[in-house]
Design a protein around this ligand. Structure first.
Ligand code: PEP
Ligand code: MG
Length: 605
């Protein structure tokens, strides 16, 4: 870890960049530039017949790189002042290098002449260009070679389809600054060794953001031009609460942020005292607060924060950062560990939600990653039902884990009752098959539930309630699909609003349908973990909230300060509104009347 001495910088070099704060907290550390360096590449010989294939790969990498650079440029245009021009012209220079440049022509030729793989041809070509430039002894050209190297690294990354950094090997509280951090990258981050991260792409409720919150890593996404301003090793502050990244902070700024860091730690200790107290409103309505988890280590966090169950286990992370698929035994061990770890508390296992912003390498052959609308494509239950081998492995592992404690099985992205019926048939078949193999399966099969995260599911919730044993509302997707605003796209983040009346009505529809049918309903989207929404969600009739473990104490604090009758009254007033701003004002005004500090001594304590 760097010392305070190392951090002392000139006040003048401090740069503040605004983005979207996606994971609260403050991290201070040395910058690690995530994905601009060169990848290690090995050389392989190709035979004549493979030349065209190799050139095809190169053409694909060039076109992917052009797409990325154009996207970056659109975002850079939104930067204030001269930054838009500066970064814009740099990106233009990179784009020009991908047109009919010496680099492109040279690589194309070299693949055929030297009969080597594209990655290596790019490296050799860049070295050759570098030599020519250095012989010219021209400072301008010397600077251009750096740009060519950056473009070459982008091409190679696209060819290898791999993130550059082994994030798992970083240490010393490094702050990762990258163009994009994928959910799979985030899963590799060890919060004991990484301070936090920031990236040019990404929105508040994408899976990268959710992972960051789960790991407690302060993070800011959606900062155009970040990498063009940052340098490796310089001190950086990531303020995930306010969505600010400060490069080379002045000594005074550092002092202020360190004090704030201590304040956050103090507050956390204070909230921890709530752990054993029930989540009950002032007028005695008890609420179940459960945890959303994806990694085994989070079970401990869930229990530490007082979760009464796991309301959402995302299983897609089992498929990430590997080239093969996880088999039944491996999945069983993971599920069984979660179920036993929760010591009798209910665990809701969700079949994988792969596709959209999460498409692991191992499943690349099962669903296309380059389609125009991956979020509307073969994602989640659609993929599971398309290839029953994928579904059956998960169902078998889940049924076996149900021998270790109470398990529910949940299906993501349900849009028709038929998807539930077909999965139930699959579950019954898998159970029979397991019994034939002599494997024990609970006599009563686990409840099978549907996520309500597609507007159609909420609107037709009555029909789904006839097939499902329970519902869980996934507002992360419900908001994105209702408002047609990609949850990972910072350029439409201003439209992504859970308080839009259309979203609230869909939640209300789902709750009413579940109540009519008498099936349990919970909510596990990110808004469940934000105390700002608690009064409204309770007012809409929800009594089970599932969230990132670290959010439980704060939401519990809010619930314990709430009067259910007043929350219901305010919710009715909110549901009469048609304007999101008015709704936000009514909610914030109601929240402002809450007790400023938690009351440790409350009802039933
Ligand atoms: C949701 O969409 O709200 C949800 C909980 O699922 P995920 O974030 O995994 O898509
Ligand atoms: Mg979802």
């Amino acid at each position: 870890m760097r010392t305070d001495e190392t951090f002392r910088t000139e006040r003048g070099s401090e740069q503040r960049l605004q983005g979207i704060g996606v994971s609260a907290g403050i991290a201070i550390g040395a910058a690690y530039i995530g994905d601009r360096g060169e990848l290690p590449v090995s050389e392989s010989r190709i035979d004549e017949a493979a030349i065209e294939h190799e050139r095809g790969r190169f053409a694909e990498a060039v076109s992917a790189s052009i797409k990325q650079l154009r996207k970056l440029k659109t975002r850079a245009m939104a930067l204030p002042g001269s930054a838009a021009d500066e970064i814009g012209s740099l990106l233009d220079a990179h784009l020009a290098m991908l047109a009919n440049s010496r680099l492109i022509r040279g690589v194309h030729r070299r693949i055929g002449r030297a009969r080597i793989n594209t990655e290596r041809a790019i490296q050799i070509e860049i070295d050759e260009i570098g030599k020519t430039f250095s012989e010219m002894d021209d400072a301008y050209l010397a600077a251009r070679i750096d740009d060519i190297r950056v473009v070459g690294a982008r091409l190679i990354r696209n060819l290898l389809k791999k993130p550059y950094v082994a994030y798992s090997s970083l240490s010393g509280g490094a702050i990762i600054l990258a163009e994009e951090v994928t959910p799979a990258d985030t899963a590799l981050m060890d919060p004991r060794r990484i301070g936090g991260f920031a990236a040019e792409f990404g929105g508040h409720d994408g899976h990268t953001a959710i992972m960051a919150r789960a790991l407690g890593l302060p993070a800011v996404l959606g900062i155009p031009g970040l990498l063009d301003r940052a340098q490796a090793e310089v001190p950086v502050i990531v303020d995930g609460t306010e969505g600010i990244v400060i490069l080379e902070p002045a000594a005074e700024t550092l002092r202020a942020y360190k004090a704030q860091q201590q304040e956050v730690a103090r507050e956390r200790r204070y909230l921890n005292r709530l752990r054993r107290l029930p989540a009950v409103t002032k007028d005695g309505v008890e609420i179940r607060l459960e945890a959303n988890v994806e990694l085994p280590v989070e079970v401990e966090q869930a229990l530490d924060n007082g979760a009464v169950g796991l309301g959402l286990v995302r299983t897609e992370f089992l498929y990430m950062n590997r080239e093969d698929l996880p088999g039944e035994d491996e999945q069983y061990s993971f599920f069984a560990a979660l179920v036993s770890g929760m010591e009798g508390r209910p665990v809701t296992l969700r079949t994988f939600d792969i596709g959209g912003d999460k498409l692991p390498e191992a499943l690349a052959g099962y669903a296309a990653s380059d389609i125009a609308n991956p979020a509307l494509g073969l994602r989640a239950i659609r993929l599971s039902l398309k290839d029953r081998r994928l579904l059956d492995v998960q169902l078998a592992a889940m049924l076996r884990a149900a021998n270790s404690g109470p398990v529910r099985i949940m299906l993501p992205m349900i849009s028709t009752p038929d998807e539930i019926r077909r999965t139930r048939e699959a579950m019954e078949q898998v159970a029979r098959r397991l019994k034939r193999r002599g494997v024990r399966v609970p006599k009563e099969l686990p409840p099978l539930g549907a996520m309500i995260e597609v507007p159609a599911a909420a609107l037709a919730a009555d029909a789904l309630a006839a097939e499902a044993d329970f519902f869980a509302i996934g507002t992360n997707d419900l908001v994105q699909y209702t408002l047609a605003a990609d949850r990972t796209d910072e350029t439409v983040a201003h439209l992504y609003n859970p308080l839009h009346p259309a979203v609230l009505r869909l939640i209300q529809f789902a709750v009413e349908a579940a109540t009519r049918r008498g099936i349990p309903i919970s909510i596990c989207g990110e808004i469940a973990g934000d105390p700002r929404y608690a009064a409204l969600l309770l007012g809409l009739g929800l009594r089970e909230l599932s969230m990132s473990p670290r959010n439980i104490p704060r939401v519990k604090q809010r619930i314990r300060s709430l009067d259910m009758v007043a929350a219901g009254r305010r919710t009715r007033a909110i549901m009469d509104q048609s304007d999101s701003e008015r709704i936000a004002a009514l909610l914030d005004d109601f929240n402002a009347t809450a007790e400023p500090r938690l009351s440790i001594g409350g009802p039933k304590s």
